[in-house]
Ligand binder design. Structure first.
Ligand code: XMP
Length: 323
């Protein structure tokens, strides 16, 4: 495909410009960072280091995905285990914006510290930060186009503060591309279709899908229920019929019956939406038979859950995430 190879040549040229320097990538395993890292690795080879922060708020499918990428790609991926630090900082915090701010701040602090330690231990110096910034992000952060008029509904978490803090120059080989072009590029780089067509997952992860305080019990219930939903979407071949599909843990207890006794346990909400850009969305009209299978599995298999509900709110007025 002529178009795809032209886009790739342009991206390669941007990476070539930096020469023989060490490059750091804040790697999430999502399509943007994966495509940016894969194409850059072809030019940079061992000079590219991908750091993946495990904040303890990832889905089971993300842990599986990162292990696959470590095994099946040429990328040099360092996993930073920061579960304890994140969960410690989030203890007793339940206000949504407070949680988002803590997660964003912790990410930057931990990333910076671990990278500095790595530089000392390996006697290297990073000069560039590779980011999978896309064209819409470039426009959105341009003061000329935004005119300072944008209203923040939720403080989106990204790695925006990193380059200044760490005095890194930016390498953004996808900055002229839209999401569909990035996906096309990923395929032309021989990345697996499943990897290139994953649903978006927010930076704060399960932190905004566990309402109220983030406890180990809530994380486990959110991960286990999300994994069931994910497996059933694949099984029913519905994964690609929806923009995002996930479970939300509600800090609400309701009465139920389990075995031969009364249960007083938490609620899981299924959230599945169709959208083209995340700005507006409709709830996905999935078959009742599918919902029944997912609900039965979650109440049977997930500890502490006796009730499953389905969110039938579109955006607006409901946002996609619950926090
Ligand atoms: P909302 O909930 O605002 O979400 O309707 C719109 C889209 O943005 C994603 N989202 C985020 N992505 N960092 C991200 O990278 C964030 O903090 C964040 N918050 C929401 C959300 O998953 C949906 O795709």
């Amino acid at each position: 495909d002529w178009n795809a190879s032209e886009m790739l040549e342009e991206a390669f040229a941007m990476v070539k410009e930096i020469g023989d320097k060490k490059v750091l990538c804040a790697f999430s395993g999502g399509v943007d960072s994966l495509v940016a890292a894969t194409l850059s690795e072809k030019i940079l080879g061992g000079n590219l280091y991908c750091f993946f922060v495990d904040n303890g708020l990832l889905r089971t499918q993300d842990y599986i995905h990162i292990e696959k990428l470590k095994k099946e790609t040429n990328l040099n991926i360092e996993v930073i285990d920061a579960k304890k630090e994140f969960l410690g900082a989030l203890e007793n915090v339940s206000e949504p914006e407070a949680k988002r701010k803590i997660i964003g701040k912790m990410f930057i602090e931990i990333f910076e510290k671990k990278v500095k330690d790595f530089e000392t231990n390996h006697k290297i110096h990073f000069e560039y930060l590779l980011q999978g910034t896309l064209y819409p992000d470039v426009i959105e952060s341009s003061p000329h186009i935004n005119g300072g008029k944008s209203v923040t509904i939720k403080s989106h978490h990204n790695v925006g503060g990193l380059p200044e803090r760490m005095k890194l120059k930016l390498l953004e080989p996808l900055r002229h591309l839209f999401k569909d072009e990035v996906r096309e590029m990923g395929l032309s780089l021989n990345l697996k279709r499943d990897w290139v067509y994953r649903h978006p997952f927010p930076g704060p992860g399960l932190g905004v899908r566990i309402l109220g305080e983030i406890t180990p019990k809530a994380i486990k219930a959110c991960q286990d229920s999300d994994q069931i939903l994910y497996e059933e979407l694949l099984e029913a071949k519905l994964y690609h019929s929806t923009w995002q599909a996930f479970t939300v843990y509600l800090p609400v207890q309701t009465v139920g019956v389990k075995g031969d006794g009364r249960a007083y346990e938490n609620v899981i909400c299924l959230r599945m939406v169709n959208s083209s850009d995340g700005m507006t969305a409709n709830w996905s009209h999935f078959p009742h038979e599918f919902l029944e299978v997912v609900s039965r599995r979650i109440t049977n298999e997930v500890a502490g859950i006796t009730r499953v509900v389905y969110d039938i709110t579109s955006k607006p007025p409901g946002t996609i995430e619950w926090e």
